[in-house]
Write a protein that binds this ligand. Structure first.
Ligand code: SF4
Length: 345
């Protein structure tokens, strides 16, 4: 039997593993503390355990969930993209974005993605597999260690990297639960944001679970024809069904929803598109994040201009719908939204 990945184990799983190996159950707490409070990475780091137990730990579980193989810093050094190798040699990416007081991580939930959004490099590469919860957790812990060496902490985690998180619902949410554990890493649920391309049943399920985790929906168009041409998922769950699910989420949770809108020149950044969006979102507890499109090799659409983005925001503002035009980050290292992919360059 192959040994499990240590980060895939819940505390109860770890307790079972330790006791089955003939150790006292309090050892599980020591290991958990080492992993999630001290951010120890290798069995050798666990100085709270005996040497014998440390070597036993090597046999009991695998620790190298994600191995960094390439690190790229943007020219302004505020964005770092890391390429990680997984145990089966597939690769994923995760990005750290450093603002003045915020250290925001963008993490992946799948190797590749099955959703095929045309403007997205991950969509262009196709689906490889779901990540395990431990592989998701390990991306956060990797950056947490890196930041702690400089006296910083991760402040926000956006689940917007490679993959559709709700396509890998159970593992994504169990990773969040693991990181949220007050007896462990204790990362507040409100500091996570999950972004979905619009998997309607999952949005409803998420609403019913009434979690504190923030939700963002990639909308990008409110005409079915236009949205379907950009996001194939719209053929399965159209705009009306999606917005119904969004209303349901807001009603169930009382939480404000974010809509993501990649501004593509002449496609969805026109005054007409802005007016249609404003009409659809009227009265909704929501916020629009408008993101000038980031270029990818497989899509010919161009980014909006500054003037068009300002005008788009102006139309929404006038209709009373809060809108932010997001600053583009990490474009020079292909770490912007929709740019994460392996082997694209
Ligand atoms: S935008 Fe998100 S859901 Fe769409 S293909 Fe890219 S990673 Fe997948």
């Amino acid at each position: 039997m192959t040994s499990p990945l240590i980060y895939d184990l819940t505390f109860d799983d770890l307790m079972a593993l330790v006791t089955e190996a003939g150790e006292s159950d309090y050892r599980a707490r020591q290991i958990w503390d080492g992993l999630y409070k001290n951010l120890w990475q290798n069995p050798d780091d666990f100085t709270n355990l005996s040497k014998t137990l440390r070597s036993k730990l090597v046999e009991l579980a695998k620790f190298d969930a994600v191995t960094p193989i390439q690190k790229l810093d943007s020219a302004d050094r505020r964005t770092r993209k890391t390429l990680f190798k997984l145990q089966d040699d597939l690769s994923i990416e995760a990005v750290l974005m450093r603002y003045d007081r915020r250290q925001t991580l963008c993490i992946s939930t799948q190797a590749g993605c099955a959703m095929g959004c045309v403007f997205c490099a991950t969509g262009q590469m196709g689906f490889k597999r779901h990540l395990t919860s431990g592989e998701i957790v390990a991306q956060v812990l990797y950056y947490a260690r890196l930041l702690s060496q400089e006296g910083y902490q991760v402040t926000n985690v956006v689940v917007m990297g490679m993959g559709e998180p709700f396509h890998n619902y159970a593992n994504t949410l169990s990773a969040i639960d693991m990181l949220n554990d007050p007896e462990g890493y204790n990362f507040g649920a409100r500091r996570f944001t999950i972004s979905t391309s619009g998997l309607v049943p999952a949005i409803r399920r998420f609403a019913d679970e009434r979690r504190q985790v923030n939700l963002a929906v990639s909308l990008h168009a409110v005409d079915d024809d236009l949205r379907s041409s950009m996001m194939p998922i719209n053929k399965k769950y159209n705009v009306e069904e999606l917005l119904d699910a969004c209303h349901y989420y807001i009603d169930r949770t009382g939480r404000r929803l974010t809509f993501e809108w990649a501004l593509i020149n002449g496609v969805n950044d026109t005054p007409e598109q802005a007016r249609k969006l404003a009409q659809k979102l009227k009265g909704m507890l929501c916020h629009v994040n408008a993101i000038p499109l980031n270029p990818t090799n497989g899509y010919s659409g161009k980014s909006t201009t500054h003037e068009r983005a300002v005008a788009f925001k102006g139309t929404l503002d006038q209709a009373g719908i809060p809108c932010t035009v997001r600053i583009r980050r990490g474009i020079d290292i292909q770490a912007g939204c929709g740019q994460l992919a392996i082997g694209e360059d």
